[in-house]
Design a protein around this ligand. Structure first.
Ligand code: GLC
Ligand code: CA
Length: 561
């Protein structure tokens, strides 16, 4: 397997609105980020992925961009950006920016022009269609609920928006749109940034004719992903993008690609394909604990299913493409609340989840606050939520749909995106040290206990555990490049695997629950001279690894040879 700096790196995702506020307006900003770079350096991460900081009316917190080349007023100025980038580079930290190119804001000048008239030169920058029998051009459901089409009175046509109605989809069929995007990417790369995380990049090519999706239950709007995810021209576009832009720089690219299989991923990220370096897959975050009704149809999950998913990605990509590894981000609930125990065993389970993830093959992504074990939040009132997706859901189900508000609120508590968007908890002072003003979204009330200050003061904290995991990766090529092999495949509580590079073999053991199951070492693995590399409990010296009674959420990593 070819070596590359981005394979050896650990990435830290910053959601700028919630990271650190420098001027007391309650909104995180670039100067706030710059002020915390020493903290990230101490953690040991190599790369920061910054969620969007471009000019935006914030219908979807910056994922609706009205000017790709200007910094959002609330976040600061281009000077602040340049200063931040320089300060990162001075510390050996690279910067990956969010590229949101499937859609813009409805306040982007292109869209303002586009909606003016059918013969406006910008008309074809977006996807406009006449209605069909007095209704929307097709029956597609938007990601955020309701129709994916919005009627526009000025010209009497509809425009497509896969996300909110304030996020019109760009028309990638139009070569001028592609030129604009490539120019804009070049602008940022020439500033010296180190790569892009590409928002919903596998949605940019829609199937010709935009056909209705099958609708067996006669619903008003239905999921039409098969007509816009991994569409017919997506690989042509990405190869063109690679040729025209990406190939000219030594950068890292990761595509956000909902609904991809490993076979799709080999096309996006295959080593020889000249498209992207990696993709984010969603099988463990979207399928594992959801029923047929989708995200809000919450089901218990099974460890054997998690193993099957993760292992398939490990095996199918090995030697051919590179995995990204993540358990949460700004769109997902907090990992310790979802897969661990955010009460009694919060610290143990957060460390266990980190071990499980960081010991796989791929590039790990840490989401801000994960390194101190931040948890989901339970606001009682819908008024305290800020996310457009949550508010659309509430309107749809409670206000218009008459569903039980308690049931919908429980789903929001479990899966809502604002779980990940409450302010970063820096200390136990008011508003967790995030702001001196009123935060744009309430702080999680558990900040007095869970915060960076406490974590840095406690040698046994989750923070220092992450620091050790990152150090192991930097010091041992087996952690980066070693082959992954699952063991104890059917065990319902223990997730164990080995990593092998040349003669070196590491064993990773994770107890995923609060029980105390016995780990039995498979016969083919050597037990003579195990060396403990990391663990989340004290381990007696010379413990016999052939049979280990595990403690709740216990993790151990041994070097076997
Ligand atoms: C991606 C982003 C999400 C955003 C959506 C639309 O899924 O991660 O936050 O709402 O794209 O841009
Ligand atoms: Ca601010």
């Amino acid at each position: 397997m070819k070596r590359a700096w981005w394979k050896e790196a650990v990435v830290y995702q910053i959601y700028p609105r919630s990271f650190m506020d420098s001027n007391g307006d309650g909104i995180g900003d670039l100067k706030g980020i710059t002020s915390k770079l020493d903290y990230l350096k101490q953690l040991g991460v190599d790369v920061v992925w910054l969620s969007p900081v471009y000019k935006s009316p914030n219908d979807d917190n910056g994922y609706d961009i009205s000017d790709y080349r200007t910094i959002m007023d609330e976040f600061g100025t281009m000077e602040d950006f340049d200063e931040m980038l320089e300060a990162m580079h001075a510390r050996g930290i690279k910067l990956v920016m969010d590229l949101v190119a499937n859609h813009t804001s409805d306040e982007h000048p292109w869209f303002i022009e586009s909606r003016k008239s059918k013969d406006n030169p910008y008309r074809d920058y977006y996807i406009w269609r006449p209605g069909k029998d007095g209704a929307e051009p097709n029956n597609w459901l938007s990601y955020f609920g309701g129709s994916a089409w919005q009627y526009d009175e000025t010209t009497g046509e509809y425009y497509l928006h896969l996300f909110s109605k304030r996020q019109p989809d760009l028309n990638w069929e139009n070569p001028k749109v592609r030129d604009e995007i490539y120019d804009m990417m070049t602008f940022w790369l020439d500033k010296g940034i180190d790569g892009f995380r590409m928002d919903v990049i596998n949605a940019i090519s829609k199937v010709e004719g935009l056909p209705d999706a099958p609708n067996p239950n006669g619903e008003k709007y239905v999921w039409g992903g098969q007509y816009f995810l991994n569409g017919p021209k997506v690989h042509d576009y990405l190869q063109e993008m690679h040729e025209r832009v990406l190939s000219k720089y030594d950068i890292m690219t990761v595509g956000e690609t909902g609904g991809v299989t490993t076979q799709d991923a080999l096309l996006y990220a295959g080593e020889e394909r000249r498209e992207l370096n990696m993709v984010f897959q969603f099988e463990h975050t979207e399928k594992l604990d959801s029923g047929p009704g989708g995200k809000w149809d919450i089901r218990p999950w099974k460890l054997t299913d998690l193993k099957a998913i993760m292992s398939r990605w490990q095996y199918d990509l090995h030697g051919k493409a590179w995995n990204s590894l993540y358990l949460n981000n700004h769109d997902q609930p907090r990992s310790v609340s979802r897969w661990g125990d955010d009460k009694r065993y919060r610290v143990e389970s957060a460390k266990m989840l980190a071990t499980f993830l960081h010991m796989q093959q791929g590039t790990p992504f840490i989401y801000q606050g994960e390194e101190i074990g931040m948890t989901n939040v339970q606001f009682d009132s819908i008024e305290d939520y800020r996310d457009v997706e949550i508010h659309n859901l509430w309107q749809d189900r409670v206000v218009r749909g008459g569903q039980d508000p308690d049931v919908v609120m429980r789903a929001i508590h479990a899966k809502g995106r604002d779980n990940a968007r409450t302010p970063m908890q820096w200390d136990d002072s008011e508003n967790a040290g995030f702001t001196t003003g009123t935060p744009w979204i309430k702080v999680n009330p558990n900040y007095k206990e869970i915060n960076v200050k406490n974590a840095l003061a406690d040698p046994q904290s989750i923070f220092y555990y992450y620091q050790s995991l990152i150090r192991l990766r930097h010091e041992h090529p087996v952690v980066v490049y070693g082959r992954y092999d699952l063991i104890l495949e059917d065990h319902p509580e223990i997730y164990a695997f080995t990593r092998t590079l040349g003669d070196e073999c590491w064993l990773v053991i994770n107890n995923f629950f609060s029980g105390t199951p016995v780990f039995e070492l498979p016969d083919h693995l050597p037990s003579e001279a195990p060396q403990l590399m990391i663990s989340n409990y004290e381990v007696p010296e010379n413990d016999d690894i052939r049979r280990i009674q595990l403690r709740p959420y216990e993790s151990r990593v041994y070097r076997l040879s």
